[in-house]
Design a protein around this ligand. Structure first.
Ligand SMILES: C[S@@+](CC[C@H](N)C(=O)[O-])C[C@H]1O[C@@H](n2cnc3c(N)ncnc32)[C@H](O)[C@@H]1O
Length: 494
């Protein structure tokens, strides 16, 4: 895949920000396929495990009522309808919490006549939801609403699933002289003459047929049309080995949710399985088409797009999600796509735009987003659960240690000896108690060097850092957000 497919929009771009603002910047009718999986209107608390961190962050969906949720989603869906091409398709992924309200809203925006399907994705087994004593049927499925962009010419590539054994056993009951299994299929034209099916004689039987006389003569000559032993009307032999399978219906029960132990699992609680997105993309787009996911989380839709040679645009409000996605795209085992402005400009690689880069924006981030930003900005890794160093937010591994780890696949304990600790405080001024706590954590972790990130430091805090070095020969590097943004950081890390 190379070059830009459209002169008017950039693709292979992840935008960080509220999609309402980002979508307003896109021109009308510019994308071929939209998939969205917005946070649901649920009262559940999500436990978010970011990557390797032991930290559990809970966040509640902000929408206190269905009405508030729909009010939040409506302007965003209006923008999505605006940017969708007439020949495009739109998928909205949701569940029972709000699906009925979402359908009514979408009918109003995309038009009832453009509604194509309600897809039921069976994502769990009953014991996940209906526990003993609960007074409801297990809630086992998500819903995907599919709309087209307004034209009957919307992209559609039928997908097939393999025939199941019981279907094969009950339908493919015949075997040809050469051993090929087949079933008999009716050849008479549905609707007879009224539907324009031609009337003629085949093997002595006069009827309205599905095919032209010429085609039928050929099929008879090839031995594919014959009179079944137990019948009197010519029929067609459908061979099992030529079958594409069954066209996919609106109930999808053959795609399993992402198992937390699976290779593709990123620890993102709402991560959708890649095969689900691959089915959506294969059905409703072609190579080089533009796919948009405006709530892209850890980027399953854009990974599917990249793998299937589509162009793509991703939007997410969470800087952490944007970095998780970037890492996933770069991963050699996933897409091996470089994050590089120069390569992107010549049609290779991808870029992330609009990550928060001002102190003001960083102050406004939720604390865990801020912490993730700082750890990632310093090239560190979030702390590991099993090591359990209280007071350490991240670790920076000196290059030499990393090399050794790669070679020796060293244990956690071996790694522990070799990292620089990180502590992040989203505070105007980190004070002496903050430094004291970090010193304790560094002693416990037997760490010789650490990096502290904050907006500024009190003079007490800086004095304590000096004392720590003089008396205990351990180094704390106090970094300010301003320095990180100014890229002064390279000097301090050297
Ligand atoms: C359910 S997750 C998407 C998961 C995704 N389908 C996947 O497989 O990884 C929803 C995402 O929407 C993002 N989000 C919520 N509100 C948003 C907004 N207004 N603009 C952009 N992204 C938003 C959240 O940060 C979250 O990552």
């Amino acid at each position: 895949m190379s070059g830009k497919p459209s002169a008017v929009i950039d693709t292979r771009v992840i935008y960080c920000g509220d999609n309402l603002e980002q979508l307003r910047k896109l021109p009308e009718a510019c994308v071929d396929l939209i998939y969205i999986d917005p946070p649901f209107n649920s009262n559940r608390n999500y436990e978010v495990f970011w990557g390797e961190t032991k930290e559990k962050r809970s966040f509640e969906d902000r929408h206190e009522s269905t009405r508030a949720y729909i009010d939040y989603m409506r302007p965003r869906c209006e923008q999505l309808a605006r940017v969708l091409k007439k020949t495009g398709s739109f998928y909205y992924h949701c569940d029972w919490h709000a699906s009925h309200y979402v359908k009514v809203m979408l009918d109003g925006i995309f038009g009832e006549n453009n509604f194509i399907n309600e897809i039921v994705w069976k994502r769990s087994t009953s014991h996940n939801d209906a526990k003993q004593g609960s007074k409801h049927f297990g809630r086992l499925h998500d819903v995907l609403f599919l709309y087209c962009g307004g034209s009957n010419e919307y992209t559609w590539n039928t997908q097939y699933v393999p025939l199941d054994e019981s279907y094969i056993a009950s339908h493919y009951t015949n075997t040809d002289a050469d051993g090929r299994r087949f079933r008999w299929d009716n050849l008479t034209g549905p609707g007879g003459a009224a539907k324009g099916n031609p009337l003629y004689e085949v093997l002595g039987v006069k009827k309205h047929w599905r095919y032209t006389n010429k085609k039928m003569e050929q099929l008879v000559a090839d031995g594919i049309v014959a009179i079944p032993p137990k019948g009197s009307v010519p029929a067609l032999k459908r061979y099992l080995d030529a079958s594409k399978g069954l066209p996919v219906g609106s109930v999808w029960d053959d795609i399993f949710p992402v198992n937390s132990q699976a290779k593709e699992a990123l620890g993102y609680p709402t991560q959708k399985p890649l095969p689900l997105l691959e089915r959506v993309l294969l059905t409703s787009s072609n190579e080089n088409d533009i796919v948009l996911d405006a709530f892209c989380g850890c980027g399953t839709a854009i990974v599917a797009a990249q793998k299937l040679k589509r162009q793509w645009i991703g939007i997410d409000i969470s800087p952490t999600a944007c970095r998780v996605m970037a890492k996933r795209l770069k991963d050699k085992k996933v897409c091996a796509l470089p994050e590089n402005e120069d390569l992107w400009a010549i049609g290779r690689g991808f870029i992330v735009r609009d990550l928060p880069w001002t102190e003001k924006k960083l102050r406004e981030l939720p604390p865990f987003e801020f912490e993730n930003w700082a750890v990632i900005a310093l090239g560190g890794r979030k702390n590991k659960a099993q090591v359990g160093d209280k007071g350490i937010d991240g670790r920076i591994f000196p290059v030499s240690a990393l090399d050794n780890v790669r070679v020796a696949e060293a244990s956690e304990l071996a790694l522990e000896e070799r990292f620089y600790a990180m502590q992040v405080k989203q505070k105007d001024k980190a004070g002496r108690p903050d430094i004291d706590a970090f010193e304790t954590a560094m002693r416990r972790a037997k760490c010789e060097k650490g990096f502290f990130v904050s907006f500024d430091y009190s003079s007490d805090a800086l004095r304590e850092i000096d004392r720590f070095f003089r008396e205990e020969h351990r180094i704390i590097v106090p970094l300010t957000v301003g320095e990180i943004l100014d890229e002064e950081i390279a000097k301090k890390l050297a």
